[in-house]
Design a protein around this ligand. Structure first.
Ligand SMILES: [Fe+2]
Length: 137
């Protein structure tokens, strides 16, 4: 059984999927069950490497950056996407990123609280947890 907005990955082919509508069945890829991906938090931050999304707001413009220190965006090591959800899971905004781009997502919203998540191609999934989006920058 899955839950809305969970991520799963296939450890054989690299497929990475998000649950849009939850169901009862088990997700299978390449002939084996897919692995549920849990987002890491600040407590697991590595030395010299910052991944936890940082949320701030200027008026109605929400801004999510990856790491208090900008994360590398090199060909071999980069952020693949940044996603923001409302805590009630009614709204989802995702931006896909590519090497050499700035790891930032900006958009206008009236939200008070959000959860931001990002995927590093080497270090996996990270979350801000439920964050007050009214913090001004
Ligand atoms: Fe990384």
């Amino acid at each position: 059984m899955t839950e809305k907005l969970e991520f799963y990955k296939c450890n054989i082919c690299g497929n990475f999927v998000e649950i849009v509508i939850a169901g009862q069945g088990e997700l299978v890829c390449c002939g084996q069950p897919m692995e549920k991906v849990s987002a890491k938090t600040q407590d697991e931050e590595m030395r010299g490497e910052k991944h936890v999304p940082v949320v701030s707001k200027n008026g109605e413009e929400l801004e999510v950056r990856v790491g208090a220190v900008p994360h590398p965006m090199e060909d071999e090591h980069y952020i693949q996407f940044i996603e923001v959800n409302s805590p009630d899971k009614r709204y989802v905004k995702r931006k896909y990123l590519f090497p050499h781009e700035e790891p930032v997502l900006k958009y206008k919203c009236h939200c008070d609280k959000v959860e931001a998540r990002e995927l590093c191609n080497i270090h996996g999934l990270w979350t801000s947890g439920e964050t007050d989006a009214r913090k001004q920058f």
